[in-house]
Design a protein around this ligand. Structure first.
Ligand code: FAD
Length: 393
């Protein structure tokens, strides 16, 4: 792993930084993105921001130029993420499209499918959601029971999905559905990967309120939803293979969480300065640990990045990264609660609450990090079996 930037990479970083200095909707180096109490208002703001980033060609840089990317490599993508962190930019609202659906379409879509969806994913003109999990299929995802029955020119979809983040704002969803009954084929061999129009008749989205009090994810019900044939990605019944290319993009390197935790660390250090936490040697120790852990996470990312830059896949080691950052995140948030001190149990925004309740919300939110993108027990199974060579589950 050689971490020395080339002259081109240094120039690219300077270009990204000056673009951000000129285009951020808040003051570079000082301000913060606006805070919204209403999720719909936040999504509107974030769509506009992503559109602006896409105009600067800073979204999906590794994608081919014809779809709005720059045909650049993973290192350039990573540099942008680090510069966004420095600018304290929020996460992309279209991240499911940019990080999951888009790369899957690039790898498996037809030329027409790519031309139809990819450019609008980058600009956030169209948002995607991920319709994988079901009440009876989470860790055991191949057990999906949503049915897609063949009709003329397509399929009719019936079933239920759950935990679908941002489904209430999505225009499209990438969906795993059973196209062959379990009586005819093993569970991995009868699934197809469909793009579902979230505005089609028969799609019902019901928000679920989370521990934070917000409803970011949803239940989605399909009642006789027609999906045209040209919205099948990859071959019919081979959706499991296509889905695995989506899932591999959820793990591997994680610049998004790196960006978020670099920002959190910076804010934590600022909070400790403001509250006097710095003067308490027990807190000092924990802050030092948080600093070391976030730095280690950065190095893990760089290691995976060097593999990718050499054209290698992140491989099952990606599970170690997911395991590491999600557990690190909980420790960093626990430290933040120690810094907030006696106000830690106060509900959001209460008076006298250092950080205005932001930290409590973030603590609650990141409790879920050991569940999403594959629960940590599953990551341990993968590491045990595929990295350490232990007997299979
Ligand atoms: C904030 C959030 C956002 C999400 N967004 C989306 C989304 O947009 N789209 C989507 O499709 N899904 C989404 N998910 C769903 C997520 O991927 C699933 O929750 C996850 O895969 C776990 O599935 P499950 O909830 O059904 O739990 P289960 O699979 O029922 O697991 C329950 C418990 O049993 C353990 N367990 C299960 N099998 C094993 C095993 N073989 N060995 C050891 N332990 C095991 C699990 O680790 C877990 O602790 C989201 C989840 C969260 C929390």
């Amino acid at each position: 792993m050689d971490l020395t930037p080339t002259a081109e990479q240094t120039a690219f970083r300077a270009e990204v930084r000056s673009w951000l200095q000129a285009n951020l909707p808040w003051e570079y180096g000082k301000g913060l993105p606006p805070h919204f109490d209403d999720l719909a208002e936040e999504v509107t703001f974030l769509r506009e921001w992503q559109g602006r980033l896409a105009t600067g060609r800073l979204v999906g840089v590794a994608w081919p130029e014809e779809f709005g990317g720059r045909g650049a490599g993973p290192i350039e993508h990573f540099i942008i993420q680090e510069e966004l962190a420095r600018a304290r930019a929020p996460e992309l609202v279209g991240r499911i499209g940019v990080n999951l659906a888009g790369p899957t379409l690039l790898a498996n879509g037809t030329p027409e499918q790519k031309a139809r969806w990819l450019p609008k994913i980058l600009s956030a003109e169209e948002l995607f959601c991920q319709l994988f999990s079901e009440p009876g299929a989470g860790s055991d995802l191949a057990a999906v029971a949503t049915r897609a029955d063949p009709v003329d020119d397509g399929w009719v979809l019936n079933g239920q999905k759950v935990w679908t983040s941002y489904a209430q704002f999505a225009d499209w969803g990438v969906c795993l559905a059973r196209t062959r009954p379990l009586t005819e084929a093993p569970k991995h061999k009868g699934i197809s990967y469909l793009v579902v129009d979230m505005h089609a008749p028969g799609v019902e989205v019901r928000p679920l309120v989370q521990i934070t009090g917000e409803a970011e994810f949803n239940e989605v019900f399909f009642s006789n939803v027609f999906v045209p044939r040209d919205q099948l990605i990859g071959p019919e019944h081979e959706g499991w293979r296509v889905a695995n290319s989506t899932l591999s993009h959820e793990r591997g390197v994680n610049p998004r969480q790196l960006v978020i935790h670099m920002q959190l660390l910076e804010e934590l250090l600022r909070l400790a300065r403001d509250t006097g936490g710095y003067d308490d040697h027990r807190i000092q120790q924990r802050l030092a640990e948080a600093y070391v852990e976030v730095r280690l996470f950065q190095l893990h990312n760089w290691r995976s990045l060097s593999r990718m830059a050499k054209g290698q896949e992140p491989g099952p080691e990606g599970s170690a990264l997911k395991l590491y950052w999600s557990e690190m995140s909980k420790r960093v948030h626990d430290t933040a609660m120690a810094v907030v001190g006696p106000a830690a149990p106060l509900w959001f925004g209460a008076e006298g609450n250092p950080g205005g309740g932001r930290w409590q919300r973030s603590w609650l939110y990141y409790q879920a990090s050991s569940i999403w993108a594959g629960a940590n027990e599953i990551q341990r199974n993968i590491i045990g079996e595929r990295v350490l060579g232990l007997p299979r589950d």
